[in-house]
Structures are given as structure tokens and as C-alpha cells.
Design a protein around this ligand. Structure first.
Ligand code: AFP
Length: 321
């Protein structure tokens, strides 16, 4: 039993612990390719194809998708999945009796793959609502984020870490590659109430609504008692990495609607909901600018929504307008 397994056996059900075991194994395999950066098989670079939401696919996107799919199918405890890389939901044949489904972005931050910058895998786990023993249905996936029974992400960075919650706080594990398993490093992580960082792609500033422009100006100008700036800007362009820093240090990540993408870029099911779940579990907040993300009723699989996520103080200020 790995340390992750052991921890989850006291936190959650055997089935969910098995799902995490599959994620543990798959993320080790993906990690290896990320570390090798082109030394191994030729899986770096663009693939020349687009995924279901029109993004350019990188070879590693497709590789990660197949590695996670294989591991989760094999676990026997996932009835089906919805991946950023597939147009439709997939029912895992032979697993129809399983009680859970998973939504996943197998490789988030694709534009950072070839430049050795942090990228991640984001996932949310639900109990299926369609009858057991039959193939999964769309309604199993179009559930409110609040219905997630567990969620998390793996961040492939200087080290590989898994950040997860099963509804009892947020816990961080670091991969020990020589053991192919995760070691628990931080328990019950709390996002600081006050933040220091705002993370937003400011090239879109002219497209922002007046409220968001006001918030950015507020962040740029707010001074502490000693006259120094309260906030600083940091934007990596991988949601996992920007969120991870803000989770530990306090901050806000915003991807609003912009002219070319009125609902923004971030997908509700497999990006916003899992991250929002972790944000709330660590004491922070997540909205689309007005509605609480976890209470939104999804209408389609690859739906995009404006996304605001972060610590209370900055979220309250951002939501004030
Ligand atoms: P990719 O996986 O297509 O690179 O998208 C990553 C992402 O969904 C999110 O992780 C980033 O914060 C955001 O998009 C970056 O988008 P911009 O390049 O438009 O700022």
C-alpha cells in the first residue's frame, strides 16, 4: 500500500482510494516524459491537430490522455470519463457496475510544455446518477461542481505534486519518483485570507469590463502601511501553477470573458469545478464574476465560463463591483 493509499483509506471509500491509485500510477508515467523533455520517445511539440474545444493539441496532451484513460479503465472503479481531449463522454466497457465517473483535463497548460514550465492534470470525481450496470450518460457528468466527491490536480514542476481533497480539507503530496508513489507533505492547507498576487493575462485589459478594470487598478495601486505595494502580478499561463502559488501564498487568478471569447477560456467541468472545490476546501472562493462556480448548473460538456478564484480578501474586492 502506498502512503497515498494508506492516507485515503482513512479519509474516503475504497473505490475512491483505488481511483487515486490509478491517478498516482498514471501521473508517474506522465511525469517521466515531462522530466525527459525530449530525451525519450518523440512526444514533445505540436501534433498538428485540434481538440474538441479547438485548441492545438500537443503530443504530450494526447499521450497524457491515453495514459490516464488506460489507468482509470484498468482500475475497474470508474464507469466512464469526460476528457478535454475527447468530443464525447466515454463509457468504460466492462466497468458499468462502477459507481463513479471522472472529468479530466489530462494536460493543462499545453503552451508551457515545450519550454519546461509547470503544467498539470486536473480532475473531479462524481458519483454517477444513471443506473449502475448500464453505460454512463451525459447527465452523470453535467452535475454541479458541489456534487464532486473528490477533486485534485497533479502539478508537473520542479517536483511533481498532487493536491487533493475528498471533502475533508486540502492535502499536498510530493512524488518520490524512485518509489513511484507520493509522500504526504502538507495537511489541511489553508489559503491565506489576504493575498499578495494577482494572476491575469493583462494583454486583454482593453476587453475587461469596468469592474475588472477597477479591480486591476486597485491591485496596482494599493499600498501597505509602510508605503510599499500590497500586490504584485504573476502569470504563468498554467492554471494549476497559478492556482498552486495562490493557494500557498494568497492571491487571485482571473480569466474573464474577452472579446474573442465572451465566456473566457477555462472549462467549467474539468478545470473550474475541481479547482473551485479545492479553493473552497482550503477556505477560498471561486465564481464566474457573480455566481458561485460550484453551484452552477452545467449545460454542456466543454462549456467555458469566466473564472475568478482565490483568497477571500481579494475575491471580496473583485466581486464588489
Ligand atoms: P492550454 O492548456 O491550452 O495552454 O490552456 C491553459 C489554460 O486553460 C490555463 O491553464 C491558463 O491559465 C490559460 O489557459 C492561459 O490562457 P492564455 O494564454 O490565453 O492566457
Amino acid at each position: 500500500m502506498t502512503e497515498l493509499n494508506e492516507f485515503l483509506s482513512t479519509e474516503t471509500t475504497l473505490e475512491i482510494a483505488k481511483i487515486f491509485s490509478a491517478i498516482e500510477q498514471a501521473s508517474f508515467i506522465v511525469s517521466k516524459e515531462v522530466w525527459y523533455q525530449g530525451l525519450g520517445d518523440d512526444i514533445m511539440g505540436a501534433r498538428g491537430t485540434e481538440n474538441s474545444t479547438g485548441d492545438q493539441q500537443q503530443k504530450l496532451d494526447v499521450y497524457a490522455d491515453s495514459v490516464f484513460e488506460r489507468a482509470l479503465r484498468k482500475s475497474g472503479v470508474i464507469a466512464g470519463w469526460a476528457s478535454e481531449e475527447s468530443d464525447e463522454i466515454v463509457s468504460f466497457e466492462g466497468n458499468e457496475d462502477a459507481s463513479h465517473v471522472i472529468v479530466i483535463d489530462p494536460l493543462d497548460g499545453s503552451s508551457n510544455i515545450d519550454v519546461n514550465v509547470a503544467i498539470g492534470t486536473i480532475f473531479g470525481i462524481y458519483e454517477r446518477v444513471s443506473p449502475h450496470g448500464t453505460p454512463v450518460e451525459l447527465r452523470d457528468f453535467l452535475q454541479k461542481g458541489r456534487k464532486q466527491v473528490a477533486a485534485g490536480y497533479v502539478m508537473y514542476s520542479v517536483s511533481t505534486q498532487m493536491v487533493l481533497s475528498t471533502g475533508h480539507g486540502v492535502h499536498i503530496f510530493t512524488l518520490e519518483p524512485w518509489k513511484r508513489s507520493y509522500h504526504r507533505v502538507l495537511d489541511h492547507v489553508k489559503m491565506p485570507y489576504e493575498g499578495r498576487v494577482y494572476s491575469i493575462n493583462e494583454v486583454n485589459f482593453e476587453d475587461f469590463d469596468e469592474g475588472l478594470k477597477r479591480f486591476i487598478h486597485y491591485c496596482q495601486n494599493k499600498k501597505r502601511a509602510n508605503g510599499k505595494r500590497q500586490y504584485t502580478g504573476r502569470y504563468i499561463g498554467s492554471l494549476v501553477a497559478d492556482f498552486h502559488r495562490n493557494l500557498l501564498r494568497g492571491g487571485i487568478y482571473v480569466y474573464p470573458g474577452i472579446e474573442e471569447a465572451p465566456n473566457g477560456k477555462i472549462r467549467l467541468l474539468y478545470e473550474c469545478n475541481p479547482i473551485a472545490y479545492l479553493a473552497e476546501q482550503s477556505g477560498g472562493q471561486a465564481t464566474d464574476g457573480s455566481q458561485v462556480i460550484l453551484d452552477m448548473e452545467p449545460i454542456e460538456l466543454h462549456q467555458r465560463v469566466p473564472f475568478y478564484v482565490g483568497c477571500n480578501e481579494m475575491m471580496n474586492e473583485a466581486m464588489r463591483t
